[in-house]
Design a protein around this ligand. Structure first.
Ligand SMILES: [Ca+2]
Length: 263
């Protein structure tokens, strides 16, 4: 009788042990479900005028979002902060639209899983001018006639001059050099055109020159009416003919003159 009781007691003990051991295993299964091994999802990453944006989501939670960028061979990082609905934004300090930036976004979730985007390049104004030089340099007698070599050299010198102006912050001068000295040569419909036979190359060159102009206008506040492209950029100054041109330059001269007269 005692033996039987002992047996039952042992059996119960064994059963409870089995039951108890099965409890942690159930908990383990639940814990496994909670293990976060999914890195954040980065979509819609973009770069505009020195602002880097991205949409970041994660199954558990986003811990940190950074953007990395490389300019002039120097790599830097900025933190992106959430504005609305998983949209993260950060701005590059001292952004220079003349330069080319290579950039990517990296996001980390609360479990340390990280994801990053493929590096992309945002070509700056100087980069577009280099593209323009490459297209111009590829032009032959077909586009430019028998004097193609001279014309290519001359156009490349003009483009170099624009690059120097931009490097020196002379955006206004650069815009005018493109408007009055470069675009008319590339535009087959202009009386000053150097294009004998319009081609994909000459079209592309003209398009690149226009692209540089619009970048100068948008990113550096140069506002002028392009006479060769129709209404490209509205200019309040030129629309009212009563006002003189070159308002800013005139002001500078006036100030100097006034200071001298004051003594
Ligand atoms: Ca996650």
């Amino acid at each position: 009788m005692i033996r039987t009781k002992r047996k039952i007691a042992l059996l119960l003990l064994l059963l409870s042990a089995v039951t108890l051991s099965s409890v942690p295993s159930i908990m383990l299964v639940q814990a496994e479900d909670l293990v976060d091994d999914q890195p954040p999802l980065i979509t819609d990453e973009g770069f505009e005028e020195g602002f880097i944006t991205a949409t970041i989501t994660d199954d558990v939670g986003v811990a940190a979002v950074n953007a990395y960028y490389s300019v002039d061979g120097v790599e830097s990082a900025i933190a992106l902060t959430e504005t609305v609905d998983n949209t993260y934004v950060g701005s590059i300090p001292g952004y220079d639209s003349a330069k080319t930036y290579t950039w990517w976004v990296e996001a980390t979730d609360t479990s340390g899983n990280a994801a990053k985007t493929t590096p992309a390049s945002e070509v700056g104004i100087i980069g577009v001018l280099e593209e323009l030089k490459a297209v111009v340099s590829s032009m032959t007698d077909e586009e430019l006639g028998a004097t193609a070599e001279n014309r290519v050299n001359s156009l490349c010198n003009k483009i170099d001059a624009v690059e120097q102006m931009i490097a020196g912050g002379e955006y206004n001068g650069a815009w005018h050099k493109l408007e009055h000295d470069i675009k008319p040569k590339l535009d087959a419909s202009s009386p000053q055109s150097w294009i004998r036979n319009p081609s994909d190359k000459s079209d592309e060159a003209l398009e690149l020159a226009r692209d540089v102009q619009s970048r100068i206008a948008e990113e550096n506040g140069v506002k002028h009416h392009s006479t060769t492209d129709g209404a490209e950029i509205p200019d309040a100054e030129n629309s009212s003919q009563a006002q003189g041109r070159g308002k800013d330059k005139g002001k500078g001269l006036g100030k100097k003159h006034g200071a001298q007269g004051g003594t």
